[in-house]
Write a protein that binds this ligand. Structure first.
Ligand code: SAH
Length: 363
């Protein structure tokens, strides 16, 4: 922080805007989250003690175990390839992958066939992932990537929990019968403020007849990723499991949000110091993957996916083997994941696969 209480990244972005004019929400979000020196994820472990938010794998080990059982079943349906790429996008502290690998060990041939690839930009989180995997799965070879595009070829099982929500959105504003891009400029006091950008064509995927004042969001990075994944799954086989908060149908609304210290924070204040996310438009993801020939499944609610994949049976087995206090803690964690008032309804699960895979467990 500099003396005026604005983050270092905030100063730099304000300078850019003063010099070149307003920037898109996507440019603001990209800088805030992944700027190489001052980005939110670059500089910290947001899930650690005293962190800003908590995710499903950090709430309960059962989450990763259920995803692992799902992957093992998919591997079987893929014809039990002797080698496959097991990839995760945005693995956080590596908790989901360590729990998943433990569940995968139930099918030793599947565990042995898995070649582990993690897509992670943050050096801080890469170190946390390396430490978690070395502790729980010593000897397991891990390869890190900056981008999904560099994952090696071959059959693929890919997972991503709360990754797509961190990809940069653009926002479009419908006023007076026309669309403009919603950009970020500076107000008279020099603070970041939303401003109208240039007039634009109707954003792709927007439903017809927007009300005056409607906001629509597009995510070109997510769509490009989904199309590339779809093409790759079609070519070499496999599945991608995408879990995130979002909506099943494209709709209007401003979903950009900042989270800090387990609460909401102003979205434009001090970029780089708070997590900045947007809801995932699963219909847009499915459309992009479908253009490349992939099949999409769901989205279904996290509640439905976890129940259908046996989370209650898994909990009962764990409870039977532990003391009452530990059992109560496990039960409370699982409740949080599936309760519709907590993470059970807002969080959705979608799978993308090559066209040969149908009737997936949980969908
Ligand atoms: N999946 C984890 C962490 C979610 S937080 C969990 O459920 O706990 C988002 C993760 O995505 C972090 O690991 C973050 O560093 C990573 N990330 C965010 N944007 C990224 C990008 N553009 N490329 C690669 N990784 C990214």
């Amino acid at each position: 922080m500099n003396p005026r209480g604005v983050s270092a990244l905030g100063w730099r972005l304000a300078e850019t805007i003063r010099r070149d004019g307003p920037i898109s929400v996507a440019d603001f979000m990209t800088a805030a989250l992944t700027d190489p020196t001052d980005g939110y994820y670059t500089t910290r472990d947001p899930l650690g003690a005293g962190g800003d938010f908590v995710t499903s794998p950090e709430i309960s080990q059962v989450f990763g175990e259920i995803v692992g059982v799902w992957c093992a079943e998919l591997w079987r349906r893929m014809g039990e390839p002797a080698h496959f790429v097991l990839a995760e996008l945005g693995p956080g502290r590596g908790t989901l992958m360590t729990d998943l690998l433990r569940a995968l060990a139930v099918l030793p041939a599947c565990a042995a066939a898995a070649e582990l690839h993690l897509v992670e930009l943050s050096p801080t989180l890469r170190a946390a992932q390396a430490a978690a995997l070395a502790r729980r799965h010593p000897g397991r070879i891990v390869v890190w990537h900056d981008r999904a595009e560099t994952l090696p070829p071959g059959p693929l099982l890919l997972i991503a929990n709360e990754f797509l929500d961190a990809l940069p959105i653009r926002q479009w504003h419908h006023t007076g019968g026309r669309w403009t891009e919603r950009c970020i400029g500076l107000d008279a006091a020099g603070a970041f403020a939303f401003v109208a950008g240039p007039t634009a064509a109707p954003p792709p995927g927007a439903p017809p007849a927007p009300a005056d004042g409607a906001i629509f969001e597009t995510n070109e990075v997510a769509s490009t990723l989904a199309e590339a994944l779809g093409g790759r799954l079609t070519a070499t086989g496999g599945a991608a499991l995408l879990i995130d908060y979002g909506h099943a149908k494209s709709g209007f609304g401003d979903t950009l949000q900042a989270v800090k210290g387990h609460g909401y924070a102003p979205v434009l204040a001090d970029p780089g110091t708070a997590d900045l996310t947007a809801h995932v438009d699963f219909a847009a993801v499915a459309r992009a993957a479908g253009q490349a020939g992939a099949r999409s499944h769901g989205p279904v609610t996290q509640h439905r996916f976890l129940i259908a994949n046996g989370i209650e049976q898994r909990l009962a087995r764990l409870e039977a083997g532990c003391d009452i206090a530990t059992g109560a803690r496990l039960r409370q964690g699982v409740r949080r994941l599936i309760d519709p008032q907590e993470m059970g309804r807002l969080f959705k699960v979608m799978a993308l696969t090559d066209a040969s895979l149908t009737d997936l467990p949980g969908f």
